[in-house]
Design a protein around this ligand. Structure first.
Ligand code: RB5
Length: 147
């Protein structure tokens, strides 16, 4: 799969480790930055990766900021994006199986490298279960049409 990845200054080091891990798992990574430790604004980078996923340039995305929250809120403003913050692998599996999340987010100040790797692996290996879950995800898409 093609995986879009983006982060703010709080997560450069973890992003670099996760990019290598995602490649080890056999995927292609598209890096939307930042690669600088200078203070920056997470919405800018979250939006770039989210637009890549929404525009089908990438199959899914991984976003990392201090907590994972700010960058996921920004990504969720892009039509078609379902970004979910995951701090452990069970949630990471379930957001794919039940919510068909097309982006996961986590916090470099919240999870360590080992947990981050487990989160990424659980998400990338999971499959959307469809059925009643599809009906609910479709309801979320319909909400976007009402705005
Ligand atoms: C940056 O200091 C921090 O606010 C950001 O990385 C993130 O945690 C926001 O949600």
């Amino acid at each position: 799969m093609k995986i879009a990845i983006a982060n703010d200054h709080a997560a450069v080091e973890l992003k670099n480790k996760i990019m290598e891990y995602v490649k080890e798992l056999g995927h292609e990574v598209i890096n939307y930055g930042t690669d600088s430790l200078e203070s920056c604004n997470y919405p800018e980078f979250g939006e770039k990766a989210a637009r890549a996923v929404a525009g089908k340039e990438a199959d899914c995305g991984i976003l990392i900021c201090g907590t994972g929250v700010g960058i996921s809120i920004a990504a969720n403003k892009v039509k078609g994006i379902r970004a979910a913050v995951c701090s452990e692998p069970v949630t990471a599996r379930l957001v794919k199986e039940h919510n068909n999340a097309n982006i996961i987010a986590f916090g470099a100040r919240i999870v360590g490298e080992e947990t981050a790797r487990e989160i990424v692996k659980a998400y990338l290996e999971a499959v959307f279960l469809g059925g009643r879950h599809k009906m609910r995800v479709d309801m979320i898409a319909q909400m976007e049409e009402r705005f």
